[in-house]
Ligand binder design. Structure first.
Ligand code: PEP
Ligand code: MN
Length: 334
């Protein structure tokens, strides 16, 4: 059960509510986000929720049987729109493209990428500076200095930044230089990181875990909301299956299912989803048809020499073509 309180609920109303909860032996948690105050009650027996709804300081009360509550569409029917400022949004109407290299490598590379984004009217750049790599010998990112450089170029050009945060201690040093924190597939169930991201007022995009289920992704999002941050985005990036013909199995089914189960925006990551450059376009188009709110695409001015994930990064010509085809498809779907 989700009880949404008026922000100015009186002490008298709070006490009346507490009495109903304790009389009915309802275990509950109090949640306070950047926007609102909620009480989540775990119901073990039947209760007439009108008793709660009739209290003046209670704005709304809903019965939600899902294991996740606040991210469930059973409670909030309208889609959530994440505002990044300057009119840049994710969710609601429209399809938001995010693009950039797998890893930030140099100022030259960032300049080239930003020019390419501007040419295509893409407002959000991706690019990792803290890279989770399977091998310790692989390129692990330029770190905070790379992020500062990325930020100065993007800021000068009106481009927003999404980049991966790998651990709690990085949040503070990164926060002034990012617009969205990305939680990578290897960290989707790093609950300490999720708790800490719940304490900041900054959008968080959560990728599906490498072998994670849809419910686990939604419960990870619930962690961040529970800790106080409602600005959440979900990302389908493919998962590990027995199939070896491509890098990951992009779960197209997850898109309509996530949209049905949750009010949060859903971004597709076809680059990691298939891991093969020449097929990224088709999977991105499929994600649009499936109802994704946007896509995050790896792109590099010279994929052949990229420090990471060159095999799945589009070159600029391929990216231009993708953008054009997405525009045509979007028109066709109207
Ligand atoms: C990435 O976006 O570069 C990345 C490392 O993705 P994932 O966490 O999905 O593997
Ligand atoms: Mn990558």
């Amino acid at each position: 059960m989700i009880i949404q309180l008026h922000n100015n609920i009186t002490e008298k109303d709070r006490n009346a509510l507490n009495k109903i909860l304790s009389d009915n032996k309802i275990k509950f948690s109090e949640i306070s986000t950047q926007f609102k105050k909620y009480i989540i009650g775990i119901l073990s027996n039947e209760i007439d929720i009108r008793l709660i709804g009739n209290i003046e300081g209670v704005k709304d009360v809903h019965r939600v049987t899902d294991p996740y509550k606040l991210v469930s569409r059973k409670w909030k029917v309208n889609p959530t729109v994440i505002e990044l400022g300057d009119g840049v949004t994710i969710g609601g109407n429209g399809f938001t493209l995010i693009a950039g290299p797998c890893s930030i490598e140099s100022e030259y590379q960032v300049q080239k990428s930003v020019e390419q984004l501007k040419k295509n009217n893409v407002k959000i750049m991706r690019g990792g500076v803290f890279k989770p790599r399977s091998s310790p010998y692989a390129f692990r990112g330029l770190g905070i200095e790379g992020l500062k450089m990325l930020h100065s170029v993007c800021k000068a050009n009106g481009i927003k930044i999404i980049t991966e945060v790998m651990q709690v201690s990085q949040i503070e040093e990164m926060i002034d230089y990012v617009d969205v924190f990305q939680v990578g597939a290897r960290n989707t169930q790093n609950f300490n990181l999720l708790d800490a991201l719940g304490k900041v007022d900054m959008p968080v995009m959560l990728k599906r875990g490498i072998s994670g289920t849809i419910d686990e992704l939604l419960q990870s999002a619930e962690y961040v909301f529970f800790a106080g941050n409602e600005k959440l985005i979900l990302c389908e990036r493919g998962m590990r299956t027995y199939e070896k013909a491509y890098r990951n199995t992009f779960d197209i089914n997850a898109i309509p299912i996530l949209k049905e189960k949750s009010h949060l925006p859903v971004i597709a990551d076809p680059s990691h989803g298939i891991g093969i450059r020449k097929h990224v376009e088709k999977i991105t188009l499929a994600a649009m048809v499936a109802g994704a709110d946007g896509a995050m695409i790896e792109m590099h001015h010279e994929p052949e020499i990229a420090f990471s994930d060159g095999q799945q990064s589009l070159n600029f010509e391929e990216f231009d073509k993708l953008v054009n085809r997405l525009m045509v498809l979007e028109e066709g779907l109207k």
